[in-house]
Design a binder for this molecule. Structure first.
Ligand code: ADP
Ligand code: XUL
Length: 518
């Protein structure tokens, strides 16, 4: 018996097929949005806009990718053996759909491309995604309605954040009231794609739902005052939140026929890429921590009890129902890429530069704000360099990576998170020179998975769990996740004091810079 996990991330769609009994990865493959779907004109998975704060992506591209990957899979894997499908997606992004969405899903035909059948169902051609920072006004309004940012954080797990879905919906409702009136359903990227597979609109799971500023963490239901602060009549457009481990139903008959799944193949809720990665990295226990170095850089930690978080942090739910303390940095891979490209390097050259330079970089520092930053909140991009000479490629490469990990270490410390070990995932986790700096800055071992997209692996494990809950997470993690973990990159203890000092200098530089920006 097989299970399928899918991950629709910022830049790609990945599929992992797992043998549910043995935990063996049978097949994995990925499509890259820019490369494989050039007709949608994305760069790094997103559409460019004259206003850097506005970052959208075309939802039809995600549909086209889902159609193609399942079509390709059916020629490689016997999809009739797949007992369940779960998935994950980039968090926070929202998809706006007409009232006819349920009928369109119910009326899907097996013989025509999905994009042709769904093209007319959107009330908004593009979906704002997590990189969007255009909703500062809406955040202020939501925080004010709920009694201030700390109160919003107490109830929903996060103060109102620009990329979170509540502020995003609010902006759309007030700026395009006609299109909002025509919107019968709003889904996250995760619950939109799950709906497509289920052939009916399905709810958003708690894990991804906690990235909306709308879910009451205590009751796991929508928080009515938050809904009211966004738009009247929002609840019916969202559907009820769903438990992450529930079975939503069986696959859409049209899709079963199109790709060769059996009619009884079960559809499990999709969640956010970070909660799914928590499972794909084996973070099923209190205190486990990870770094995700994808388009965004994310630090997250699992906590059975609700953790106390500083205002910059978020609390989500992991697929096990535990809490996930999380910090997300918008200047992740794309900032490293910007430095690499500025100095006309490839990744091998970038890594060599890291190898040639000494930990601490002789006190040279960079605040790597190539684009608006989430943590700390920097709405206007602008890189800050201290003691860095223009054109010094080697020092720049080290400065961007050290700056990123030092920034993470500072937030972790503020949240009382002191990892004794880290697991790493995402495109940049393939780079051992980068992981060595993570190990040195955090002063703990860092292990990555051989499966590059651990969110897709986590999704497959979630599918296996949903059909056999009695087996529990531990066995699944042991069978499917642990064998994929590589050797640990060890911290070099000699550099502990250098990084303690550099962290202080970084914090001071950041404080000065933020103060000067007002
Ligand atoms: P996402 O899941 O957010 O779509 P990925 O986890 O696939 O993104 O990561 C993609 C990023 O990985 C690219 O933007 C690229 O900068 C980075 N990347 C790929 N290979 C390397 C490498 N060898 N070293 C550092 N970064 C890399
Ligand atoms: C998390 C976040 C990003 C996206 C894209 O809050 O915004 O990590 O999930 O990966």
């Amino acid at each position: 018996m097989l299970v399928l996990g899918l991950d629709s991330s910022t830049q790609s769609l990945t599929a992992v097929v797992l043998d549910a009994a043995s935990g063996r990865v049978v097949h994995q493959r990925a499509l890259n949005f820019d490369r494989d779907f050039p007709q949608y004109r994305t760069r790094n998975g997103v559409l460019s806009h004259a206003d850097a704060a506005i970052v959208h992506a075309p939802p039809l591209m995600w549909v086209a990718a889902l159609d193609r990957i399942l079509d390709e899979l059916k020629d490689i894997v016997d999809l009739s053996q797949v007992a369940a499908i779960a998935g994950s997606a980039q968090q926070h992004g929202s998809v706006y759909l007409r009232g006819s969405f349920p009928e369109v899903l119910a009326g899907l035909r097996p013989d025509a491309p999905l994009v042709d059948q769904l093209a007319g169902v959107f009330t908004r051609a593009t979906a704002p995604i997590w990189m969007d920072s255009s909703t500062a006004e809406d955040c202020r309004a939501i925080d004010a309605a709920l009694g201030g940012p700390l109160e919003t954080q107490r109830v929903t797990g996060s103060a109102a954040y620009e990329r979170f879905t509540g502020p995003q919906i609010r902006r759309f409702a007030r700026s395009e009231p006609g299109a909002w009136q025509a919107t019968g359903h709003v889904r996250l990227v995760s619950s939109f794609l799950a709906s497509l597979l289920a052939g009916k609109p399905v709810g958003t799971d708690w894990g991804d739902g906690s990235g909306m500023n709308l879910l009451d963490l205590a009751t796991k239901r929508w928080h009515q005052p938050a809904l009211d602060a966004v738009s009247p009549d929002l609840a019916r457009r969202l559907g009820d939140p769903v438990e992450p481990w529930t079975v939503l139903g069986t696959i859409s008959p049209a899709l079963a026929k199109r790709y060769g799944f059996v009619a009884t193949c079960r559809i499990v809720p999709w969640t956010g890429d970070n909660p799914a990665s928590a499972i794909g990295l084996g973070l099923a226990r209190d205190g486990h921590c990870a770094l995700s170095l994808g388009t965004s850089d994310v630090l997250f930690a699992i906590s059975a009890a609700r953790p106390a978080m500083p205002p910059a942090g978020h609390i989500f739910f992991s697929p096990t129902g535990d809490h996930m303390a999380l910090f997300c940095f918008a200047n992740g891979s794309l900032a490293r890429e910007a430095v690499k490209d500025e100095h006309k390097l490839d990744w091998a050259g970038f890594s060599e530069a890291l190898g040639r330079t000494a930990p601490g970089n002789g006190g040279r520092l960079m605040l790597p704000w190539f684009r608006p930053e989430i943590v700390p909140k920097v709405l206007k991009a602008g890189v800050v360099r201290a003691n860095l000479k223009p054109g010094d490629a080697d020092a720049d490469c080290r400065a961007v990576v050290e700056g990123q990990f030092i920034s993470m270490r500072l937030r972790a410390k503020a949240a009382g998170i002191t990892p004794s070990a880290l697991r790493a995932t995402g495109g940049a986790a393939t780079n051992l020179a980068i992981l060595q700096i993570a190990a040195d800055v955090f002063q703990c071992p860092v292990r990555r998975s051989n499966v590059t997209d651990t969110a897709a692996l986590g999704a497959a494990v979630r599918a296996a769990h949903a059909i056999d809950r009695a087996a529990g997470w531990d066995r699944l993690v042991q069978q499917a996740v642990e064998p994929q973990l590589g050797e640990a990159v060890m911290p070099r203890r000699d550099f502990a004091s250098i990084y303690a000092l550099l962290a202080q200098e970084y914090a001071a530089l950041e404080t000065r810079e933020l103060a000067s920006r007002g």
